[in-house]
Write a protein that binds this ligand. Structure first.
Ligand code: EPZ
Length: 419
C-alpha cells in the first residue's frame, strides 16, 4: 500500500494549473454513451475514478482511449446494458450510468454504487425519478434491473425532495432521449451540472434552465458526438488554496473557475488571506496564521459553501487564531478526517453535524490514514502546516480525485514523497 510522506513547517510558493473537474468528467463520460458517434473530452483529468468509468464504458461496448489530456470515447457500437457489481462498487458515479444506459438502450442492470463512506448514500431519488419516466425497476438482493416496456422513456414532471446532484444528473441523462418534455423542479444547481448540460447540448440535446432550480429537457431520438472541454475542478482549487492558507505563502492558480469558486473564496477571505482573482486565475497570499471564521460555516447545495471543501478548510483553520464552527448539512458522516487532525495536535470537537475547531499554536507530524477523498486531502493540508513529517496511508482515496497530487504539492514548494 503506497503512502505519502509530507514534511511541513515551511512557507510555500508556486503556481499551478488546475486539473479538469472529476465531478464533471464522470457524468460526462456516462453521457458520452448517449452519443451515436465519437466524443473528445479535452482537459480530462487522469484519475482512478476516470479509469473506472472507462472500464464501465468498455464493458458496455464503447471504445475509450486517452491521449495527452484528452479522453476519446466512441459509443457507436454500444451493445451492453449490464454493469458488473465489482465495477459498480468502485465509485459513486457508477450510478450515473443508469440514466445513460436507459437513455440509449431502454434497459439496464446495475447494483448499489460504491464511493466515499460519508454516511448512508441511498439512491431512492434516482429510482423514484426513473419510475416517473416509465421505467420498471426491480431490486433483487442489491442487483437492480430496469426496463422500459415501450423501449423509450417518457418525459415527466419530477420534483426532487432535495437538490441531489447525482439524481439531477441521472434524470437529465435519461430525459435527453426520452419522448416529450421533462421538467425537474428543485434541481441541483452545481456548476458540474451546467458543464454536463453544455456537453449534451453540443451533442444535440435540448436543455434549458441548468444552473437554476428548474431544468426543462425536450427529448431527442438521437444524439451525435462532439468535442468538449471539461471545466476546471473547483474543489481541487479550494484544496490547493487551503494548503497555502495553512502553511503560509503565496500561489498563482491558473485555469481556475473563479466564479464557480466564489462560495468558497468568500469564506476563505474571512480568514485574512489576501485574494486577487481574474476570470481564470487566482492569486492568494497567506501569513500562515489565519483568523478564525466568525460566522458558522454551513455546507449547503450550490451556491452555498461546498461540502467537498469542508475538510480542507477545517485543516487550514486548525492553527487559526480563535475558534471556527462548521455545520455539515449534506452528508451524515463527513467528519471522519477529524481523528487524524486531532492526532496531529488539532483541537476539534464533533457533536452531530457540528464541528468546533479551536485553533492551536501548531500541529505536529503523525502517522495517519486517509478516510475518504477530501479527508485525505485535508491530511495533506494539515501536514504541510505541521512541524515534522506526517505519514499518510490509504492514499488510493486521494488518487481518486486529485491528479498527481504529489507533483502538484511539489509545484507549490511542498516537501512530499510517495513511498
Ligand atoms: C455528488 O455526490 C458529488 N460526487 C459529491 O462529491 C458531492 O459531495 C455531492 O454531490 C454534493 O455536492 C460526484 O459528483 C461524483 P447528492 P452525490 O446526491 O451525487 C442524499 C467528492 O468528494 N441522497 O447531492 O452522491 C445523500 O445521501 C464527492 O468529490 C439521498 O438521500 O450527492 C446526501 O446526503 C463526495 N437519496 C445528499 O442527498 C438519493 O437518491 C446529497 O447527495 C440521492 C442522494
Amino acid at each position: 500500500m503506497q503512502k505519502l510522506l509530507v514534511t511541513g513547517g515551511s512557507r510555500l510558493s508556486g503556481e499551478l494549473s488546475l486539473q479538469g473537474s472529476k465531478n464533471s468528467t464522470l457524468p460526462i463520460m456516462a453521457a458520452a454513451l448517449l452519443a451515436e458517434g465519437e466524443c473528445v473530452l479535452r482537459n480530462c483529468p487522469r484519475l482512478t475514478d476516470v479509469y473506472s468509468a472507462s472500464r464501465i464504458l468498455g464493458c458496455l461496448g464503447c471504445r475509450c482511449s486517452f491521449a495527452d489530456s484528452c479522453a476519446v470515447i466512441d459509443s457507436g457500437a454500444v451493445s451492453g446494458t449490464e454493469i458488473p457489481e465489482h465495477l459498480m462498487r468502485e465509485m459513486r458515479s457508477s450510478i450515473m450510468f443508469m440514466g445513460a444506459i436507459l437513455g440509449r438502450m431502454g434497459e439496464c442492470t446495475i447494483s448499489i454504487p460504491g464511493g466515499c463512506e460519508l454516511g448512508p448514500r441511498p439512491i431512492d431519488m434516482h429510482l423514484a425519478a426513473m419510475k416517473r419516466m416509465g421505467v420498471e425497476v426491480r431490486d433483487s438482493g442489491g442487483r437492480i434491473t430496469c426496463r422500459i416496456p415501450s423501449g423509450r422513456a417518457k418525459g415527466a414532471r419530477i420534483s426532487l425532495p432535495f437538490p441531489s446532484v447525482g439524481a439531477t444528473e441521472n434524470i437529465i441523462l435519461c430525459a435527453v432521449t426520452a419522448e416529450g418534455e421533462t421538467v425537474i423542479n428543485n434541481a441541483a444547481r452545481e456548476p458540474e451540472i451546467c458543464d454536463l448540460c453544455c456537453f449534451l447540448r453540443e451533442c444535440g440535446a435540448e436543455i434549458n434552465g441548468d444552473g437554476e432550480s428548474r431544468i426543462t429537457i425536450n427529448g431527442k431520438a438521437h444524439l451525435h458526438g462532439c468535442i468538449h472541454t471539461i471545466m476546471a475542478d473547483r474543489i481541487a482549487g479550494a484544496t490547493y488554496l487551503s494548503m497555502i492558507a495553512a502553511a503560509g505563502g503565496e500561489i498563482i492558480l491558473k485555469n481556475a473557475c473563479t466564479a464557480e469558486m466564489e462560495p468558497f473564496l468568500s469564506v476563505l477571505e474571512q480568514t485574512g488571506c489576501s485574494i486577487y482573482s481574474g476570470d481564470d486565475r487566482i492569486y492568494m497570499r497567506s501569513t500562515g496564521r489565519l483568523k478564525a471564521v466568525r460566522d458558522r460555516i454551513r455546507t449547503m447545495p450550490h451556491p452555498g459553501f461546498p461540502t467537498d471543501a469542508q475538510a480542507v478548510l477545517m485543516a487550514a483553520l486548525a492553527t487559526a487564531d480563535g475558534t471556527s464552527v462548521f455545520e455539515e448539512n449534506i452528508f451524515d458522516c463527513r467528519y471522519r478526517h477529524t481523528d487524524a487532525l486531532v492526532k496531529m495536535g488539532a483541537d476539534i470537537q464533533v457533536m452531530g453535524k457540528v464541528a468546533v475547531v479551536k485553533g492551536v499554536p501548531e500541529l505536529h507530524g503523525a502517522e495517519v490514514n486517509a478516510t475518504d477523498l477530501r479527508g485525505g486531502a485535508a491530511m495533506i493540508t494539515a501536514a504541510l502546516a505541521a512541524k515534522g513529517t506526517t505519514e499518510i496511508g490509504c492514499i488510493s482515496h486521494i488518487d481518486r480525485g486529485y491528479e498527481k497530487i504529489e507533483e502538484a504539492v511539489r509545484l507549490l514548494g511542498g516537501s512530499v514523497r510517495r513511498v
